[in-house]
Design a protein around this ligand. Structure first.
Ligand SMILES: [Zn+2]
Ligand SMILES: [Zn+2]
Length: 291
């Protein structure tokens, strides 16, 4: 029997215990409530349990940032997320069912938009459902995800605008804990050298990382990219140099097989940089878990 702390109260006491078995976390996952999720909540939770995850976060997409009027009927259907009320209802029940087996956090991923009415909707959703944690992510601009975006400008302008949006998202007028996948645009940008580097964008990147430090937010290390992590090791290292100590690991799994994917790689990178803890957000508290 594995010695996982089963409740948060116990977790807070045990997370510094040297003898404790590695406390595995995954704080960025989706289910079929998200338009792009492939497995049901139960399938995902069972997958997490089998992999020995002790703290598992589900954060469905709330894509109020997409402007559906720009899309065809078929695209609109493909992008439709599940019912919010049903999501929280179902996951809250599962959270209880898994009590004593695995810590399940019921979260939300809010796709940032500069539009005030969109921000207002996120604020109301937060008030209504009180997610256990929120990931604040920039997925696109002008109402479109970068996956469907037509890039018309050069790299300097394109990434400059992306970084401006990420910086703005940090001032979002609703509570959030984690800054999701900084550098997401590189997955879709059409540039021969798509890297988002300090050499080219150092000033804007520093502004973002320092703001995360000052606001006490958590920088996510997301492994849903072919090579390395989002953000890159270079940026995570810079965050550490600037005083950032709060990091989380997220697989961004949309299917069962990817739960915990490249976790070892990500945590080894973090240890190499100098981090000693991962930070787990839960209902406004940030709990440190030994790396
Ligand atoms: Zn995302
Ligand atoms: Zn996600």
């Amino acid at each position: 029997m594995k010695k996982f702390p089963r409740t948060l109260a116990v977790l807070k006491v045990l997370c510094y215990n040297e003898d404790m078995e590695k406390f595995l976390t995954d704080l960025h996952t989706h289910t079929t409530f998200s338009h792009d999720g492939k497995n049901t909540p139960i399938e995902m939770l069972e997958g997490a349990r089998e992999k020995g995850i002790a703290f598992y976060g589900v954060n469905e997409h709330f894509d109020y940032d997409y402007d559906l009027s720009l899309l065809s009927e078929a695209e609109r259907r493909a992008l439709k997320n599940g019912d919010e009320g049903e999501y929280f209802h179902t996951l809250r029940h599962l959270q209880e069912d898994y009590g004593g087996v695995m810590n399940v956090a019921v979260g939300a991923e809010f796709g940032y938009s500069e539009k005030e009415e969109v921000q207002g909707r996120y604020a109301s959703t937060y008030e209504k459902y009180r997610p256990d944690y929120v990931i604040n992510s920039v997925h696109g601009q002008d109402g479109k995800d970068y996956a469907r975006y037509t890039f018309t400008q050069d790299k300097t302008k394109t990434y400059g605008e992306y970084l401006r949006l990420v910086r703005r998202s940090l001032d979002a007028p609703y509570p959030y804990d984690i800054v999701g996948h900084v550098g997401y645009i590189v997955r879709y940008a059409p540039f021969a050298d798509a890297r988002l580097s300090l050499a080219e964008f150092g000033e804007r990147i520093d502004d973002i990382l320092l703001t995360i430090v000052f606001k006490g937010k958590i920088l996510e290390v997301n492994t849903a990219i072919a090579e390395g992590t989002l953000p890159t090791k270079e940026l995570v290292k810079r965050y550490f140099e600037l005083g950032g100590r709060k990091v989380s690991y997220g697989s961004d799994a949309h299917k069962r097989e990817r739960i915990g994917d490249k976790r070892e790689e990500a945590t080894a990178m973090l240890r190499e940089i100098g981090f000693t803890c991962l930070t787990v957000p839960f209902r406004g508290e940030h709990i440190e878990v030994k790396l």
